[in-house]
Each structure stands twice: as C-alpha cells, then as structure tokens.
Design a protein around this ligand. Structure first.
Ligand SMILES: C[S@@+](CC[C@H](N)C(=O)[O-])C[C@H]1O[C@@H](n2cnc3c(N)ncnc32)[C@H](O)[C@@H]1O
Length: 221
C-alpha cells in the first residue's frame, strides 16, 4: 500500500489526537494520544503496516523533555543558531529551540506520521519547521550549528548508528545535545550537562516521573 498523501496523514493526526499542553511545559502544545497501543494499531492501519512500530510522534518522550527543559534554561545554546532535531517524533525539541530563539529548525524523522505531526504541532505553536524523512544517519551530518537528539538510545542498532553520526557531527564542531532517561543503549561513561525529573506517564514508562539528563560530546561548539 502506498503511503497516504501528506494531507491525509495530517487529517489522520488531527482526527486521532488531542491538542494538549506538554506536562510541565504549559507553553508548548502538541497533538497527543492517550493510549499508545490503540494509536499503534490505528497508525499501522493508516500506513498499511502489518507490524507497526510505536507511535512515537504522538507523545513527548522523556529524552525530548530533558532537552526541552535544558533549552528553556539555556536559550543561548540555540539563540540565533541553525538547529536540526534528529529523530524528531512530535517535533518537541525543534519547537522549543525556535521558542528559545533559534534562527531556524529542521526536523528529521523516518516516520511519515512524524512529518504530519511536526507540521501540525509547528502550526499550533506558531513556529515554522522544515522536515526531512530521509534516513540521514548514513549520510554526512548536515550543515548546522546544533543537533538535538531526544530519546534515541532505545534500540540497539538505531542507537549505535545514531551515536556514531552524532559523534562525527560533534567532531566537526556541531554542538550535539542528547536527552536520555537512562535507556538501555545509552553508552556508559557519558557525563551529563544537566539532569531533570520529567513528567511522563505509565502509558509510556514504568513511572510517572523519570530522571532524564542531557549529554553532549567533546568537540561540539
Ligand atoms: C523515542 S522517539 C523520540 C521523539 C522525540 N525526539 C522525543 O523525545 O519526544 C524516537 C524517534 O526516532 C525516530 N527514528 C528512528 N530511526 C530513525 C532514523 N534512522 N532517523 C531519524 N529518526 C529515526 C522514530 O521514528 C521516532 O520518532
């Protein structure tokens, strides 16, 4: 089955989510789902997938929440800078970067429903976000000043590819901020820039509140 048109995907997101404030970030609103399993099944049907993945785009994940809190505390990290939000999901990190004064923000995610959610969430928050659905992890890191990566260490192969790519970007002078709540494939020995207790839900995690930190790599600006 062909991927539905962008307009149909946006209609799907609009019709199956509620526009709600992000917990503890009331100034940001996202199109969010209540029930992860129900949304997984609905989204799989929409995309014609027999074995759908989690609907990451319909929730704010703990890693992205940590990046968001960090940017609100440290807007100078992105103010006037060109920002890429890799593995954007809902686009939360890109939205917060723009609200913190980023010159522009571009979201990247391989899920077509992320593209639809980012478009709707950008509009709901009064910002403009570019989008790429290409898998950039096999390509050269993009020309930008800051890369935000919220919650990217949950799956072994993806985390390994992502971290190699982020390290390469940092070695070339890009500031890299990774938000993570202690997922299994977060490399050992990374020291946090800042830690937050973020509000999530039993739908997604084993607790309502999670400790999540923001990390960087040496070399980045
Ligand atoms: C746990 S979600 C994080 C979403 C968001 N950053 C947040 O913290 O709320 C991880 C995201 O990674 C995306 N993803 C997986 N592999 C990817 C790849 N190779 N390139 C870009 N995004 C990818 C998934 O589609 C998903 O939206």
């Amino acid at each position: 089955m062909a991927t539905p048109s962008p307009a149909n995907l946006r209609a799907f997101v609009r019709n199956n989510t509620r526009l709600l404030p992000v917990p503890d970030l009331p100034e940001i609103r996202l199109h969010q789902a209540d029930d992860v399993m129900a949304m997984m099944s609905l989204a799989g049907g929409e995309l014609g997938e027999e074995d759908p993945g989690l609907p990451f785009w319909a929730f704010a994940w703990a890693g992205g929440l940590a990046v968001s809190h960090y940017l609100l505390e440290h807007p100078d990290d992105v103010a006037g800078r060109r920002v890429v939000d890799i593995a954007s999901g809902s686009g939360l990190c890109a939205i917060v970067a723009l609200k913190s004064g980023a010159a522009w923000a571009h979201a990247v995610d391989i899920d077509p429903l992320s593209e639809a959610a980012v478009a709707l969430n950008a509009r709901a928050n009064g910002v403009r976000i570019g989008f790429s659905r290409q898998d950039l992890l096999g390509a050269e890191p993009p020309e930008c000043d800051v890369i935000l990566a919220g919650d990217v260490c949950y799956e072994e192969t993806m985390a390994a590819r992502m971290l190699d790519w982020l390290r390469l970007a940092a070695s070339r002078g890009t500031r890299v901020l990774v938000g993570d709540p202690g997922r299994r494939y977060l490399p050992p020995g990374m020291s946090p820039l800042a830690s937050y207790r973020v509000r999530t839900s039993h739908e997604l995690e084993d607790a309502e509140m999670k400790d999540a930190a923001v990390y960087t790599f040496p070399g980045g600006g």
